[in-house]
Design a protein around this ligand. Structure first.
Ligand SMILES: O=C(CO)[C@@H](O)[C@H](O)COP(=O)(O)O
Length: 228
C-alpha cells in the first residue's frame, strides 16, 4: 500500500491490471514491434496516471510493473514498478492529461500504415463510413516534434482540442490516440491503422470518392449515440 486510502488503492490496482492487459491488444492487432508503443490510463479521482515501463518486453508487462506517475510525469516513489523508468513517451501522456481533463486514456503506436501516412504529413481523408463513425472527419496530422520536452504533448493537444478525431498522426512519428478511458484510446489506435490501410489500398485503385458532409455528420452523430 502507498497511503492513498483504500478506495484509491483499489482504483489504482484495477487500472494497473487494465493498462497491462490492454498492451496485449496492441500486439494482437500488429500495431507495435519490440518494446515500442505505450498505453496509459488516468486514475479516477486523483492527479495520477498509470503507464508501462520503458524498454520492457511485452511478454513481461504485468500489473505490478506498470508505473504510477503524477501529471507532471514524475514517478510516484515507493509504489510498485517505481524502480524502472516509465515509457519514453511519458511526458507526452502527462501533457495530455494536464491539458485535456476529459481524457482518461492515451495510446501511442508505430502501426505501419498510420506511420506511412505520418511520414508524408498527410491527413487520412474521411472516405469510409467507418472513418466517419470513429473520427468524424479526416484524421489530422500534428507537427514534427522530438522526445524530451512537452513538444509532442503540445502537438497532440493543439491538434485534437476541439477536433472530433481522437487520433492524430504526429508527423514523421506515428499515431497518438486519446479517449475517455484507456480501452477507448486502444480502440481508436486499432481503427486508425485500419483506416490508414484501407485508404492506402483504395488509392492504389484510383482516387476514393468523398463522402458528402451531411452524410458524414449523420454517421458520426449516430455512432456517437451508440458509443459505449
Ligand atoms: O516512439 C516512441 C518514442 O517516441 C515509443 O514508441 C518508444 O519506442 C516507446 O518505448 P518505451 O520507452 O515505452 O519502451
Amino acid at each position: 500500500m502507498s497511503g492513498f486510502g483504500p478506495e484509491l488503492e483499489v482504483g489504482i490496482a484495477r487500472l494497473r491490471a487494465e493498462v497491462a492487459n490492454l498492451h496485449a491488444e496492441l500486439r494482437h492487432y500488429g500495431l507495435v514491434v519490440w518494446t515500442g508503443g505505450n498505453v496509459s490510463g488516468r486514475v479516477a479521482g486523483a492527479d495520477l496516471f498509470v503507464i508501462k515501463p520503458s524498454g520492457v518486453s511485452y511478454d513481461q508487462l504485468a500489473p505490478e510493473n506498470m508505473i504510477l506517475c503524477d501529471l507532471d510525469g514524475v514517478v510516484v516513489q515507493g509504489t510498485p514498478g517505481a524502480g524502472r523508468s516509465p515509457s519514453s513517451d511519458t511526458a507526452a501522456h502527462a501533457y495530455v492529461y494536464r491539458n485535456m481533463p476529459e481524457v482518461g486514456g492515451v495510446v501511442h503506436t508505430h502501426s505501419p500504415y498510420a506511420v506511412a501516412w505520418a511520414t508524408r504529413g498527410e491527413p487520412i481523408p474521411c472516405v469510409t463510413t467507418a472513418i466517419a463513425a470513429e473520427f468524424g472527419g479526416e484524421i489530422p496530422v500534428g507537427p514534427f516534434a522530438v522526445i524530451g520536452d512537452d513538444a509532442i504533448g503540445r502537438g497532440i493537444v493543439d491538434t485534437l482540442s476541439g477536433h472530433r478525431s481522437p487520433a492524430v498522426l504526429m508527423q514523421n512519428h506515428g499515431p497518438f490516440t486519446i479517449g475517455p478511458d484507456a480501452r477507448s484510446a486502444v480502440r481508436s489506435a486499432v481503427l486508425v491503422e485500419d483506416a490508414a490501410r484501407a485508404v492506402h489500398l483504395a488509392r492504389q485503385l484510383g482516387e476514393p470518392i468523398p463522402i458528402a458532409q451531411d452524410a458524414l455528420d449523420e454517421r458520426y452523430r449516430l455512432a456517437s449515440q451508440l458509443s459505449p
